[in-house]
Design a protein around this ligand. Structure first.
Ligand code: NDP
Length: 270
C-alpha cells in the first residue's frame, strides 16, 4: 500500500489524515496517510526517513520554506511562492515540490463560498508562508486591487515587489489603510494566539465586506468574531481551504480528483 504523510510541528491536531482517508475511501485508492512530528531542527531527516518507503508528503507550519529548498524541482506555483506544501516522489526518485494552498483558497472562495474575486478590492493580511502561496492565484482571478498588509511592513513590500508583474498588488502597514474593501483575507497566525491584527474596522463596509480567516476552529475564530461585530456580510473560516488544498495534493499524487463537498460536510459535522 502506498504511504503518504503530513509533516509539521506541532502536528497532533492535524485533520489531514482524516481528509485523505475519506478521499481514499471515496475514490477506491489503496493508500495510508499518517501525521509525523518533525523536530524543529531536523525536518530534512524526518522527510528523508519517511520517503525511503513513502510516495509523498504534505508539509505544514513551520517547514514549508525548508521543503522548497529540499525539492529537486518545483511546479510553477511553488517556484513563485518560495514555499512547498506538497511533495510527490517522481518515477526516477526525485522530489517534485508543489504549493496547493493558493489553488485551495481560490477554489474555496469561488466554488464553496461563491465569492466574486474578479474586479474586487482585496486586502490580504500577513506576509508569511501562507500569504506567499495565495498571491499568484488571487491575482490570476483579476481583482481590481490586492493590498498586502503586514505588521512588519517591509515583508509586505517585498512580497508586493515579487509579484507586481502579475497584477495590481501593493503593500501597507496594519494601520495605513482605512478605506473599505470587498474582501479581507486573514493569512496571519494571530488567531492562533487569540489575537486580531490591529487593523481599522473602517475596512469593513457594513453588510458588504466578506471576511475570510485561513484559520479554522470548532468555534468562530477571533478574527471572524471581530469581523462579525463590525458588520461583515459574511465570515468564512479556512476549513474549506484545507480540504481543497488537500484535494489538489491528492490529485497530484494519485491522478484522481476527489469530490470535496461530502468531505467538507463530514468535517463540519464532526
Ligand atoms: P507564518 O508564521 O509564516 O506568518 C505569520 C504571519 O502572521 C506574519 O505575517 C506575521 O507578521 C503575522 N502575525 C503573527 N501574529 C500577529 C499578530 N498578533 N498581529 C498581526 N500579525 C501577526 O505563518 P503562515 O503564513 O504559514 O500561516 C498563517 C496562518 O494561516 C496560520 O494560522 C495557518 O494555520 C493558516 N493556514 C491555513 C491553511 C488552510 O488550509 N486553511 C493553509 C496554510 C496556512 P510579521 O511578519 O510581522 O511577524
Amino acid at each position: 500500500m502506498d504511504r503518504y504523510a503530513v509533516i509539521g510541528n506541532p502536528i497532533a491536531h492535524s485533520k489531514s489524515p482524516l481528509i485523505h482517508r475519506l478521499f481514499a475511501e471515496q475514490t477506491g485508492q489503496a493508500l495510508s496517510y499518517e501525521a509525523l512530528l518533525a523536530p524543529l531542527d531536523d525536518f530534512a531527516g524526518t522527510l528523508r526517513g519517511f520517503l525511503v518507503a513513502g510516495r509523498g508528503v504534505n508539509v505544514t507550519v513551520p517547514f514549508k520554506e525548508q521543503a522548497w529548498a529540499l525539492a529537486d524541482a518545483h511546479t510553477a506555483a511553488a517556484e513563485r511562492a518560495g514555499a512547498v506544501n506538497t511533495i510527490a516522489v517522481q518515477g526516477d526518485g526525485t522530489l517534485l515540490g508543489d504549493n496547493t494552498d493558493g489553488r485551495g483558497l481560490a477554489r474555496d472562495l469561488r466554488f464553496n463560498s461563491g465569492v466574486q474575486l474578479r474586479g474586487s478590492r482585496i486586502l490580504l493580511l500577513g506576509a508569511g508562508g501562507a500569504s506567499r502561496g495565495v498571491i499568484q492565484p488571487l491575482l490570476a482571478a483579476r481583482p481590481d486591487q490586492l493590498c498586502i498588509v503586514n505588521r512588519t511592513v517591509e515583508k509586505a513590500e517585498q512580497l508586493a515587489m515579487m509579484f507586481n508583474d502579475l497584477g495590481p498588488v501593493s503593500a501597507a502597514g496594519l494601520h495605513w489603510v482605512e478605506e473599505s474593501v470587498d474582501l479581507i483575507i486573514n493569512a496571519t497566525s494571530a488567531s492562533l494566539g487569540g489575537e486580531v491584527p490591529a487593523i481599522s474596522p473602517k475596512l469593513i463596509r457594513r453588510g458588504h465586506t466578506v471576511c475570510y480567516d485561513m484559520m479554522y476552529a470548532s468555534e468562530p475564530t477571533p478574527f471572524n468574531r471581530w469581523a462579525a461585530a463590525h458588520g461583515a456580510a459574511r465570515c468564512i473560516d479556512g476549513l474549506g481551504m484545507l480540504v481543497e488544498q488537500a484535494a489538489e495534493a491528492f490529485e497530484l499524487w494519485r491522478g484522481v480528483r476527489p469530490d470535496t463537498a461530502p468531505v467538507l460536510a463530514a468535517l463540519r459535522q464532526s
